[in-house]
Design a protein around this ligand. Sequence first.
Ligand code: B12
Length: 521
Amino acid sequence: MEKIVALVAPSPKSHRTAEETIALGYLAKILRLNGHKVVVIDAWLHDYDANQVIAEILKVGRPWLVGFSLYISNIDQGVEICKALKKLDHSLVTICGGFGPTFNDEIFLQSGFDVVVRGEAESVIVDLTSAMMARHDLKSVPGITYYDNSGVVRRNEFRRVVQELDDIEPPDRDEINQTMLKRNFVHVCSSRGCSGQCTFCSISAFSRLSDGKAWRGRSVSNIVHELRCLRDDFGVTHVKFVDDSFLDGERDEEWIEQFASSLKRLNLDLTFRTQIRADRLTWPIVSMLKEVGWLSTSIGIENGSAAALKRMGKKSTVSQNSQALNWLRDAGVYVQMGMILFDDQTTFSELEENLHFLKMHDWVVTKGVFSEMFAAKGTIFTNHITSVSSQGYMPTASNVKYLLENSDAQRAHKLLKSWHVSHSRVYDWAIDAITAPKVLPLKGYAEVYELCQRLHFHDLHYFEKVIGHINACNNPAIDEVWGNSAQADSSEFYSQSEKEIASIYQLYGLNYNGIPNPFLV
Ligand code: B12
């Protein structure tokens, strides 16, 4: 009987709608090139629960190996599937990789996986599967963690990740029909990593694991070739570049000009979304990209205070951030601004600076006025707070809890968080169509964006009131009553907004099935 490898991305618990996991396509491709029969199950795209994933796996026969792609929110389902499959077949081999396992390898071994692959896996997966099939010792396979024969955890050294991304074959697209059926933009990865060193970011922690370049980009011709195949083979015109830092490394104005003119020459007629940092943006870059279909971007602004930006290790200054946002507004690119309002050292005056900054750019969309630094394992920030103020580690959330040092900032944190939780469903729902994003007519984006802006204005108004309240009253005991009354005053606004977003979704045939944001606990 033919030996099958199943590659699975379990479904996360999420306030967002499903998106593909492109890692499965990269790994399927390289395994197939090396003679393996591979089945890909991207569970979220089908809204599969654990039992449905197991049924899908068993439908195609009994695989000898199942590989799981895991990140923060799909870990629980991954562990459940792994345990159930092992019960059915004791000889089954299970491996896992991705950001979750990379930074928590021992926890994943304890949860039942046989091998954890840390970091990027293209240069590892073939060696690993060959060694496993031949029942060889795994000690020569780089970048993995496993129990050796005496039950001791072995953490093998890394091999340098592939330095030239053009050398990696483009991903197989097993689930592309399902992706397009969901009205999603198709993921394309044109670069990996980021040259930034932001203290909170898992990406820089991930690249620090191996000694190669922090940012690696594909060449114009290599990217454009993939885009052309996607269009010719599947009719793809809407693309989400999942790069962390689309403008990095050698990607200057000259590079962007070549990229834009190749898209034009081939008449690719793309609509695309990116993720960028502000410090690499120039007006010519903005206008060239806009001309070839730049619809929207997220931008890691993070904070409106110079002191906070410095603490976070950001490369951009407040004025660079401001300039970048203004250029994007002038070009008509929809912006979702990444903000981190609170960390352990936030001061009250920083919050005042942030209010000022947000009001200056009140046309951008954020994911809500409340946001706090996520303490993911392996990051500089988490290493810092676990050494000073950790309140305990929550393995499944990969997050570490911490306290804010400044008491007025703590009061604002509590008030803004409670406010955001009270209506986060409307927020997450409204923003999904434009930040995921979904394929819509241009008029649809304008309608969604206009609603998101109204939600944002309402938030800013509340933020201003919070600052005023804390300045005027030094009795935290009344904060809760004060906050509840402000929430009650806004309940009509939010129920009206919910009706509006529901009718926009109905008009454009979209479906929102996110759950309340699990990160807001
Ligand atoms: C696209 C993306 C998403 C997509 C899809 C998710 C996905 N897994 O594809 C969406 C938009 C849904 C998403 C959501 C979120 N994301 Co996200 N996302 C990304 C992003 C930008 C790109 C992922 C990607 O496609 N990379 C390209 C592929 C080729 O790389 P890769 O996935 O790392 O895969 C390689 C290795 O990890 C490994 N590998 C991966 N899977 C497997 C499986 C096996 C068997 C093996 C052996 C190896 C292996 O080999 C692969 C090839 O080299 C990453 C950043 C990044 N650079 O990875 C963040 C990132 C993964 N996301 C992150 C976060 C925090 C989130 C959210 C929590 C954000 C939020 N608050 O809403 C949510 C979580 C999901 C949820 N609750 O909704 C963090 C994860 C942090 C952490 N420590 O886990 C990242 C790293 C961003 C960051 N700056 O910190 N995300």
